[in-house]
Write a protein that binds this ligand. Structure first.
Ligand SMILES: [Zn+2]
Length: 301
């Protein structure tokens, strides 16, 4: 069984994580541009971060047999630094046009401030201009209102619902999101918020249409294996394979595939990696002998 994790912050993760993810069946990941924990002070930090998402991290993932894609955007938290936000807006277009960029994101609300609203709307317009899907981060505080407000604003800007993933849903928001025709993603956390078992119950209640599972694993307490582990729990609880396939693979492919940058043929073939392959002169090795690894991806399932 193969999986896609359509929301994971790999720059914060280790090579052990990549190995374990591949071992568990993850063949492709989407890494949304986000806040790094430490607020950035200059636009150059954003530029280097975006360059890493489309460059080094994409290469690093490929060395472990995983195809890496990303979304580019100004996150809601840092939208509150307006002087910096203005400069970030200026560099976004050059990155949105890069190979492997599958959406504008993750954007939306954190504190639901005026500045957040301003840059959310400006970036929705960018998504229209670049004909890209949108990945929406919904706030952890006042979640329900923040989620409803996000959807109102998106509809106000005339973006079709099939182009938008609303992420970080829970039992309180899921019905609203699905009823209004958006994709509903769920971030499965190891200890808090949405758990694997609650996800099983959501699929039991709402089925698998337009529902997406992700890990959102980053530098905090999180689990890069949330997607395959949730799939395993669904299986244990008697959920049919086609629901697992849709929520843990196909739905992400369908929505982000609309970018034209996210194609199953990218990974559905055998992929030979030489560990001493270089990206701008650097490899992932630290002096050990380079092996050749053949990742068997010609999947029949
Ligand atoms: Zn995230």
């Amino acid at each position: 069984m193969h999986y896609i994790d359509p929301h994971i912050h790999m720059v914060s993760r280790t090579t052990d994580d990549y190995e374990a993810m591949r071992e568990a069946g993850i063949v492709a990941v989407i890494e949304p541009a986000f806040w790094l924990g430490q607020p950035r002070t200059t636009v150059g930090s954003f530029k280097d971060y975006f360059s890493m998402l489309v460059g080094w991290e994409r290469f690093r993932a490929s060395q472990f047999g995983i195809k890496h894609y990303c979304t580019i955007g100004l996150n809601s938290k840092e939208a509150n630094n307006e002087e910096l936000a203005e400069q970030v807006m200026e560099i976004l277009p050059q990155f949105l046009a890069k190979e492997g960029v599958v959406a504008v994101g993750e954007i939306g609300y954190d504190d639901q401030s005026q500045a957040e609203d301003k840059y959310f709307r400006l970036q929705l317009e960018l998504a229209k201009e670049f004909e890209l899907p949108v990945m929406v981060h919904t706030p952890h505080r006042d979640k329900k209102n923040g989620t409803l407000r996000s959807m109102d604003v998106i509809q106000e800007h005339g973006i079709p619902e099939h182009m938008v993933v609303i992420d970080h849903n829970n039992e309180e928001t899921v019905k609203h999101v699905l009823d209004r025709g958006f994709w509903a993603a769920f971030t499965i956390y190891p200890k808090t918020k949405m758990s694997k078992m609650r996800m099983v119950n959501i699929v039991n209640t709402y089925g698998s249409e337009k529902i997406i599972v992700d890990s959102s694993a980053d530098w905090g307490v999180s689990d890069p294996l949330s997607v395959p582990r949730t799939a395993a729990l669904m299986r244990e609880n008697g959920i049919a394979e086609h629901h697992i396939h849709l929520t843990c693979y196909q739905n992400a492919l369908t929505v982000y595939g609309q970018s034209g940058q996210f194609n199953e043929s990218d990974w559905k073939q055998d992929h030979v990696v030489k560990q001493d392959d270089l990206h701008q002169g650097n490899s992932v090795l630290r002096g050990q002998e380079a092996k050749e690894i053949n990742f068997k991806n010609s999947i029949g399932d």
